[in-house]
Each structure stands twice: as structure tokens, then as C-alpha cells.
Write a new protein. Structure first.
Length: 277
């Protein structure tokens, strides 16, 4: 069952440089995602990981040089179907790929990903998914074994399957996402995608030619070592779900594992990285 989230809305005055400093501190807590706009910073934490005094460890609130106000709201799971149908327009990724719903007419692209999100993340709208799809379009998948870690709607797994992957594993820790990914895989006739409920990898032998991991900074830092163990020699690791401010820590973590950075993308303040083992 999809879970509730607690939304924090932070207002920081002056914004520069204090909002970025606040963001770095917030990332030490179990927030799963952030959204920055002109007026405030939004941060989301699962309700079951939220507790009284949640922000007490952040010393920045005591700094007289900056004023930080915040309010919280409990966010219940959204039925994305109604929201999707009222707002969604097909999204083009480059010249050859489009992400659309099943109620949209075919667009005549080489890769037409039909995605109905229900309560899952991953439609191509968000900057991180868009960049990962761009990376995916640049890769060769013929006869390769692929992992989509934190699969959401399964959109990245579906692209890999459409591009000729031999086998694709899609893993998420949310049952709603797994059911949605299965439905979307069937809708796109991608019968070689295996969707599984889980939150980590426990592989002792290399298996995957390429791993997608579009999650968040904290989870990535915890799991990069397991991704590396699961990659074959010469395998590719594609990461997103984090800000530009997170680049140094993620790159350092990957380099410690012997992974080599070969490409980087950025959309607004969001980033994506490509490593080779």
C-alpha cells in the first residue's frame, strides 16, 4: 500500500547561500526527495520515518545570520490516474522517443513508451527521469542484462527492453510501484521484465551489464557498493535523483569503488551521472 509523506516547506532569508547549506544538512536526514522553486524549498519524508524533534540536529536554525521558517503538511497518496488524464501531455525525449498515456494517439516514434503512473514515480516529466531516458537512448542494450533499481512506473526498464535487452529486472520497495510497473510492462509488450519488491541488492556475483538507479542521494550513497558488486567488468552505472550540490559526495563514493565517471547531465538543479566499471 502506498504510504503517507510529510512535506516540509522551508522559507530561507536570505536565500543565498543559506538555502543550499540547509539542503546539505537536510540530506543527512531520511528525506526522500526535494523540490526547489523561487520562493521556498520543499522536502519530503515518509511518515513512518518522521518523529518529534525531527530537525533538532540541524544547527543552522540557531545561526543569527539567517532566518528559516517552515511548515509541515501530511501528503496522502495521490491517485495519479485522474491527475495524469487532466494534465499530462506526451513528452518527447530527443527525436526518437516519446512517453505517452494509452489514451494519447500514437506519435510515430521509434520508441513509444505507454505509461499510466497510478501512484508511481517516473513519467519523464521530472528532470531526473528525463535525463535517465536520455542516457538510456544513448546506450546499446542488445542481449544485455539490465537492472532498474527504484523502478517506479518501470519506464526505464521498458526502454531497455524495447532497445533489445535480453533480460530486465525492475525492483522497488513500494508495492504500488511494482504492480504499476508490471501493468506498464504488459501494456508495452515487454515480456522479459521481471518486477520484484525489495529495497536493496544481495548479489555476490556480477550479473548486470547496466544498472539504472534514479533514487535519492542518501539511498544511492548506501547502495553504490552493492551496485558495483552486481555489475560485470565494463558494466555501466547510471545514477540520478540528486542535486548539483551532491555531485562531489556521489562521485567520491563511486570512485572509491573503482568506478570511472564518463558522462554527466544537468537539468536545472538536478543531475545525472554515468560511470563505467
Amino acid at each position: 500500500m502506498a504510504q503517507n509523506y510529510v512535506e516540509y516547506q522551508f522559507t530561507v532569508v536570505p536565500k543565498d547561500p543559506w538555502e543550499e547549506i540547509l539542503l546539505a544538512s537536510l540530506q543527512e536526514l531520511p528525506f526522500e526527495s526535494f523540490d526547489d522553486n523561487e520562493d521556498f524549498l520543499l522536502a519530503y519524508v515518509p511518515e513512518d520515518q518522521h518523529y518529534p524533534g525531527f530537525l533538532n540536529s540541524i544547527d543552522l536554525f540557531e545561526n543569527p545570520a539567517v532566518t528559516i521558517d517552515f511548515k509541515t503538511t501530511t501528503i496522502k497518496p495521490i491517485n495519479w490516474n485522474s491527475k495524469w488524464e487532466s494534465e499530462f501531455k506526451p513528452i518527447e525525449i530527443g527525436e526518437d522517443c516519446v512517453v505517452r498515456a494509452d489514451f494519447h494517439p500514437a506519435q510515430g516514434k521509434t520508441y513509444e513508451l505507454v505509461i499510466n503512473p497510478k501512484m508511481s514515480f517516473g513519467t519523464g516529466h521530472h528532470q531526473t527521469t528525463h535525463m535517465m531516458l536520455e542516457f538510456g537512448l544513448e546506450e546499446h542494450f542488445d542481449e544485455k542484462t539490465i537492472l532498474d533499481m527504484g523502478c517506479g512506473t518501470g519506464v526505464l526498464a521498458i526502454l531497455a527492453s524495447m532497445k533489445g535487452a535480453a533480460a530486465v529486472d525492475a525492483i522497488d520497495n513500494d508495492l504500488w510501484c511494482i504492480e504499476n510497473a508490471k501493468e506498464n510492462a504488459q501494456k508495452n509488450e515487454c515480456l522479459n521484465i521481471i518486477c520484484s519488491l525489495g529495497s536493496s541488492l544481495n548479489l555476490n556475483t556480477p550479473k548486470y551489464d547496466l544498472i539504472f538507479a534514479n533514487i535519492n542521494r542518501n539511498v544511492l550513497l548506501e547502495q553504490i557498493s552493492s551496485y558495483n558488486k552486481a555489475l560485470i567488468e565494463g558494466g555501466v552505472l547510471l545514477l540520478s535523483g540528486f542535486y548539483q550540490a551532491d555531485l562531489s559526495s556521489l562521485i567520491a563514493c563511486c570512485e572509491t569503488e573503482g568506478l570511472v565517471l564518463v558522462a554527466e547531465k544537468q537539468k536545472e538543479t538536478w543531475c545525472a551521472l554515468k560511470f563505467v566499471k
